[in-house]
Design a protein around this ligand. Structure first.
Ligand SMILES: [Fe+2]
Ligand SMILES: [Fe+2]
Length: 308
């Protein structure tokens, strides 16, 4: 079930900080286009709240402990990751001269702010309901991101954001497709994941456009994607192992076999994802090179309480 929520504190703060910059930068008067987002795609933060407490107690995805653990594990990585992405993009906002890209940055910050809040709530509710230790689950990732924040140059942090935003865009495409695994999810969870996926698709080129506008190179973009792939896989695997161990399913090899097929098999959740992911490594790639707008149109028609 969907409802709007009055809790706007953190995301509104994030969107407003971007908004201040927007006002300041547009006065510069430079309007060269720096964005690749299609003109009719709006990057619109939707302040939604999802009633998922009951679903999180059980195996909400395809009634399968492995698939549920895999997606719950993914959720664990979102709040810290999305904070990092907002900061990485925001660092460059004053260097962006295109008012349209400035506005997209504002939309990006607002959307990621709401995602962060919703997944923080998701993660806390999940851990309380199922006896997981949230600090243990996300502690290593938080430390890794803190290290990156302190030690990496801003362009590398932006390149990490570009890389992981591409992961989320690929996932979004899969989750919004008509044969998505989310069709087997408990309805409130399906709504949450597809809302997040749609907004990820809307803003999929924002970090990329900023990276390109501030002179980020193809070499750095591609090299950082290789490293990011390794680390994000490690974090997701860590979360999955922790959850399965806590659920008493770590050595249930039948569950593993079925679950891995459910993710990576021919009809699996991520089927087709590898080809989309590989496109990132081509020189001249950009996130909107495949026009996926129809998925957004379909989603808007499907969402029962589309709040705009
Ligand atoms: Fe997000
Ligand atoms: Fe994103």
């Amino acid at each position: 079930m969907l409802s709007t929520t009055p809790n706007l504190v953190q995301p509104a703060k994030e969107a407003n900080t971007c908004m201040d910059t927007f006002a300041a930068s547009t006065s510069a008067g430079h309007t060269a286009s720096q964005t690749t987002t299609p003109a009719n795609v709006q990057i619109q933060p939707r302040n939604r709240s999802h009633d998922i407490a009951e679903a999180l107690r059980g195996e909400w995805l395809a009634d399968d402990a492995f698939l549920t653990a895999a997606f719950n594990g993914m959720s664990i990585t979102f709040p810290a990751g999305e904070k990092f992405f907002i900061d990485a993009v925001r660092h460059y906002r004053d260097e962006i001269t295109d008012p349209e890209l400035q506005e997209h940055i504002r939309g990006f910050c607002g959307q990621e702010g709401f995602h962060r809040r919703e997944h923080q709530r998701y993660n806390e509710t999940l851990c309380e309901a199922r006896g997981y230790d949230l600090q243990k689950l996300e502690g290593k990732l938080t430390k890794r991101l803190d290290w990156a924040r302190k030690n990496l140059p801003p362009i590398q942090k932006l390149a990490i954001t570009v890389a992981i935003e591409n992961f989320t865009a690929v996932l979004a495409e899969l989750l919004l497709s008509s044969d998505s695994i989310m069709n087997k999810a408990e309805p409130s969870m399906r709504e949450l994941w597809r809302w997040h996926a749609a907004e990820e698709m809307e803003h999929e080129s924002v970090a990329f456009d900023v990276f390109r506008a501030v002179g980020g190179s193809e070499k750095v973009r591609i090299a950082v994607m290789r490293r990011a792939t390794f680390f994000i896989s490690l974090e997701l695997a860590r979360a999955l192992f922790y959850i399965l161990r806590k659920d008493g399913q770590l050595l249930n090899f039948q569950l593993w076999r079925k679950g891995l097929a459910g993710l990576f098999g021919k009809q699996g959740a991520f089927s087709g994802g590898l080809a989309l992911y590989k496109e990132f490594y081509a020189e001249g790639f950009h996130p909107w090179q495949q026009d996926t707008q129809q998925l957004l149109v379909d989603w808007a028609g499907d969402a029962p309480l589309a709040v705009s």
